[in-house]
Design a protein around this ligand. Structure first.
Ligand code: UDP
Length: 482
């Protein structure tokens, strides 16, 4: 996608301050710059450091993109927390700096993450056209909406009795144990977010039409949402440097990682990652380690820094949670690579040796798995990940479930462990070369091709991005709404 000639529309992007929300919004800003918009990313000074190199590279390619670092009030604590911000992280310290910036700068629109809960009121008050970004795909948005509307989970007798989500294009079964607490009981937060979405000019969705056509239509026509579906936005990362540094600098040198993968056969390696937030307890990691070893398939396993409670109740880094002799055996057999910290996920997933992705079904990871043509082992933990699991396994049929049954907040130790046998069975089922797995791989590859076509000139996502730019050009800023 090359830059286009003027006139340019001016788009501001105000990402949330961490991982799974920040990363795709930066990519989205970069994507719109390749469509000829003038993109400005509003960030805290420390957050800006995490993606400034990729923006610099885009500028060198001639794209009109820049970062505006908000000046925090003296003594204020910046809300960004090294990719570990959670939905409840309070960012309101950014309110006044943003207001001052917007008083001086009137863009054609501002794309804002719904987790900045205070921002909609401010932006609407200043009469700037506001576009919402929630980080989710259409399928999970439709499931969320219909559960809220019909409350089917109230009609079952136990947390583990399945219910069907009414009204959807497919028969989607869930259990109450898989729902986030705010979906089980009425809570004010989703209401506030959805009301502010209703008043917005529309929603930007990181997905592509061909992935979930029935749900894109349902979202637009049945739920009545104005949506531009412009992804997968991760595909704007086209060179090794962008992929290696995405999110933050990887904890492993990318060449070491790629050399290790080069030494493996095609489609032989399972990549295991649970996103930017999920941290398992040492007992769960032990089960994973045993299961992987028993499966006897090569793997790359990303574990964050593991903490456990010390006697005094303090969180302490836990060093010694692997089974006895595990790492020595791995070194000898060269069967596995453990990454402690941040992995260059896009580079790994796109490598020809990677044939399976054990994932927590975060939406970005799901899309990245799809875009790389890699079938998945689904291990949802929190947020809307159980809904994404249904899309992967039941609708798209490109994944097998490990058997995670209970929603838990990402930072609370799981009550129900997934045992080593389940890990072993799931890995063998996906990586063992059986007909079922080969069929999943074929379907995953087909979707990857469709994903690439969607973002190329003339593709569905490309056209949606252009359509938004055209609407921005046609409608004067003063109207406030499209
Ligand atoms: N990610 C990464 N390296 C890691 C962990 C995560 O690059 O070690 C990226 C991943 O590629 C994805 C994002 O972080 O783009 C995680 O988003 P997702 O929606 O999958 O999960 P979340 O972190 O929001 O739970």
């Amino acid at each position: 996608m090359d830059s286009k000639a003027a006139p340019r529309v001016e788009m501001l992007f105000f990402p949330f301050v961490g991982g799974g929300h920040q990363i795709p919004m930066i990519d989205t800003a970069r994507l719109f710059a390749t469509h000829g918009a003038k993109s400005t990313i509003i960030a805290t000074p420390t957050n800006a450091l995490q993606f400034q190199n990729s923006i610099l590279r885009d500028q060198q390619c001639g794209h009109l993109i820049s970062i505006h670092a908000l000046r925090l009030p003296d003594g204020a604590v910046s809300p960004d927390t090294d990719m570990s911000a959670t939905p409840s992280t309070d960012t309101s310290v950014l309110q006044e700096p943003l207001r001052l910036f917007l008083l001086e700068n009137r863009p054609d629109c501002i794309v804002v993450d719904g987790f900045h809960r205070w921002a909609a009121d401010l932006i609407d008050e200043l009469q700037i056209r506001r576009i919402v970004f929630t980080g989710n795909g259409c399928f999970s948005r439709c499931v969320t909406q219909n559960i809220r509307q019909y409350m089917p989970h109230e009609k079952v007798a136990s947390d583990y009795e399945p219910f069907v989500v009414p009204g959807l294009p497919d028969r989607i079964e869930l259990t109450r144990s898989q729902l986030p607490p705010f979906a089980r009981q009425k809570s004010g937060l989703p209401d506030k977010i959805s009301k502010s979405e209703e008043k917005s000019a529309g929603t930007l969705i990181n997905s592509f039409h061909e992935l979930e056509p029935a749900y894109v239509e349902y979202f637009r026509n049945e739920l009545g949402k104005k949506a531009w579906v412009v992804g997968p936005v991760s595909l704007c990362n086209r060179n090794v440097a962008d992929k290696a540094e995405r999110g933050k600098r990887a904890s492993i040198d990318e060449q070491t990682c790629l050399r290790w993968l080069d030494g493996k056969e095609s489609d032989s390696v399972v990549y295991i990652s649970f996103g930017s937030l999920a941290r398992f307890a040492p007992q769960q990691l032990l089960e994973i380690a045993h299961g992987l070893e028993a499966s006897n398939h090569p793997f790359i396993w990303v574990v964050g820094t593991i903490f456990s409670k010390s006697e005094g109740g303090r969180e302490e880094e836990e060093g010694n949670w692997l089974p006895c002799g595990f790492e020595e055996r791995l070194k000898e057999s060269n069967k596995g690579l453990i990454i402690r910290g941040w992995a260059p996920q896009l580079l790994i997933l796109e490598h020809a040796s990677v044939g399976g992705f054990m994932t927590h079904c975060g939406w970005n990871s799901t899309l990245e798995g799809v875009s790389s043509g890699v079938p998945m082992i689904t291990w949802p933990v929190s947020a809307e990940q159980f809904y994404n699991e249904k899309l992967i396994t039941d609708v798209l049929e490109i994944g097998v479930r490990v058997g995670s049954v209970e929603w838990m907040s990402f930072n609370v130790e799981k009550k129900a462990l997934v045992g080593m046998e389940k890990v072993e069975v799931a890995v063998k089922r996906l990586m063992g070369g059986g007909d079922e797995a080969m069929e999943m791989r074929r379907r995953a590859r087909e979707l990857a091709e469709k994903a690439k076509r969607a973002v190329e000139e003339g593709g569905s996502s490309y056209n949606d991005a252009d359509a938004l730019i055209e609407e921005l050009k046609l409608n004067p800023v003063e109207e406030g709404k499209l």
